[in-house]
Design a protein around this ligand. Sequence first.
Ligand code: NAD
Length: 494
Amino acid sequence: SAAELTAEYLETGTLEGLPNGHFIDGAFSRPVHNRSMESLDPGSAKAFASFTAGTEADVDDAVSSARKAFDTSWRDVLPVERARILLRASQLILENIDRLAIVECLDSGKPLNEAMGDVRGAARTFEYYAGACDKLQGDSFPLGPDYLGYSIHEPVGVTAHIIPWNFPISTAARGFAPALAAGCAVVAKPAEQTPFTALMLAEVLSQAGLPHGLCNVLTGTGQEVGAPLTRHTGVDHITFTGSVLTGSTVMKTAADDITRVVLELGGKSPVVVMKDCDKDKTVAGVLGAIYEHAGQICSAGSRLIIDKAIHDEFLEKLVAKTKALSLGHGLRDPNVGPVNSAQHLDKINGFLDRAKARGLNIVAGGNVTVDPETGAGWFFEPTIVDGVDQADELAQEEVFGPVLTVQVADDADHAVALANDCQYGLVAGIFTRDFSAAHQMARQIDAGQIYINEYFAGGVEVPFGGNKKSGFGREKGIEGLKSYCKTKSVAAKI
Ligand code: NAD
């Protein structure tokens, strides 16, 4: 149970039975060069496990295993058989939820209940795409009495998945499930900060009956494993989730071989709050939007754009609630956990140091801190900065931490203008009771998804992806499934 695993970790500083090696061709395998890296627990800043640091030779192994499995065993398997395997995987994920969530919590730092939610979400993703395997229908085209025209969706082939550290199991699931449902093979590289749950997911898929070689996971650095994977000529499609900088490099690499890419990149998402909103629900919504996973969410609502008529009253409530949030090690399930690494903590703190030097109005938090119980870990106080100028770096750059900026808007048009004046376009939140105004703003804001009156509303059913520098292509939903398909159209004279 979660309690037993937590006790084991607190007593020994590690967990028994963590994956060891890459997962290639249906088994944990020894790497070609036997090197390892340490995995650090952000809540304590201590190493709790080690994992394999792969090389290009391991990438070659995994891609050829995936290619063989794709060519010989998967693309022609009955869709309903694929569905049954994915459904069993969904059930096995839930059977292993305690272990998966605790490992996710230790690797990423996120509070245990958030990690549990991510694991449940991963199971739901497999369930959803299991249901879609045998509904991937093509079209027929009206060419006239002497012709037959139709289209079919074929799997793209071997798919590479590069995964960031903030949502390891969720990102793996939202890539693996539709790729496998479409009939593709998978080679994935989780982030070096959070290697374990993607490996565990590959093992679960194997236990669910997935033929060997269809889901391979390699651990190691972006340079030594990620880059060789994205330039490998045996890869037909890349789903990259991470920073704009690396996404741009991946896209350039993919261009050399005309490899398909889906890019899920960063964000600086606005949360527009109008004066007629339900104040208490909106305060709760704004808090969740920025402080879940300590703000380390691509779609975090990090820019509050508030109707000037309610600025003072709303901010007072928001600041009081923010100051009351508990901080602590993820396993103790605080309101806010640590940030992922010492280096990332420095980056967040750099933004606040510069904001202080510019004399910005920090109305909550603003400092590096530690777990109040142990005095350890990498923590940043939940922070609100009021009166931020639109051109300020704090309103324009992704901080990827628990830092909310506040700007006032004169009216809905002004709010939309502020929301759109940004290089990113991942998501936007709108809080208002005015149905028409909400949907007008939803139309006008340039973002891949809009949440109205509940931030992060919707699940795997809803396509997700970015506009502008937040990337392109969509995951989740049936559109996410079609990302892993090639349309073939057939026109015949009969
Ligand atoms: P990152 O770009 O540094 O790393 C992401 C992944 O890319 C890691 O697995 C890393 O090892 C790998 N990588 C690094 N260099 C590579 C290279 N040259 N070739 C191939 N792979 C390489 O990003 P990060 O800091 O780990 O993640 C945070 C970023 O991810 C934020 O900007 C966040 O907004 C974004 N993100 C976006 C989404 C989304 O769905 N849009 C979801 C989560 C995170």
